[in-house]
Design a binder for this molecule. Sequence first.
Ligand SMILES: Nc1ncnc2c1ncn2[C@@H]1O[C@H](COP(=O)(O)OP(=O)(O)OP(=O)(O)O)[C@@H](O)[C@H]1O
Length: 229
Amino acid sequence: MLKIDNLNVFYGESHVLHDLSFDLSPGETVAVMGRNGMGKTTLLKSLIGMIATRSGKIELNGRELAKAKSYERVAAGFGFVPQGRMIFPYLSVEENILSGMDRFKRAEIPEYIYDAFPVLYDMRARRGGNLSGGQQQQLAIARALVSEPKVLILDEPTEGIQPSIIKDIARALNRLKKERDFALIVSEQVLSFTLDIADRFLIIEKGRFVHSDTRANVDADRITRYLTI
Ligand SMILES: Nc1ncnc2c1ncn2[C@@H]1O[C@H](COP(=O)(O)OP(=O)(O)OP(=O)(O)O)[C@@H](O)[C@H]1O
């Protein structure tokens, strides 16, 4: 469904991503893991079109998107939750979610959102900025989901979030994926979280994939070494 082929990304003359390739099947979850500064955010931003790619292909359901604008990529089926969440602090929870539904005429928040994230229902009239980090992360995921992506991209969703809420988010994502039928690309440093949700693990170092595992034969010790050395 999604095919990334030999992606190269530069910041000025600095070559940051080197010939990255991977495929994603419908409904699959891939975790891109690596330490700070290895290129995770750059990869995800280049997929959604916030950073230009120098060369390579990004093909979603047969459509070549490497040169497309971000809004065209969203229309083609990408959803993005950036690092730091970037919700609108002065808008209510409800307004934040509705802001993800611009392209739908009938703007009503679908039931499955509040079923998956009951705390957002309880908080629906509060300002986004008054939510905890974990609640804001759930809000950011909800806002991305209402555009009905085929590929949801999450950049370090567990950053700064307490462990019990991380478990809640993993549970909600697994449930939503079954119900809503989307694939997931998640960048992470927290292996306990990706072990709960990922079908495949790609390890990135200095902008190159250096190791990959499937869930069935994941070598957690080896991945941990990549994340800590
Ligand atoms: N705007 C920029 N200009 C120049 N170099 C950058 C820029 N943003 C990131 N880099 C460099 O690109 C490399 C990859 O950074 P990136 O943010 O993608 O890593 P990351 O794995 O997402 O790390 P983090 O977990 O800290 O977000 C790093 O060496 C970083 O210093």
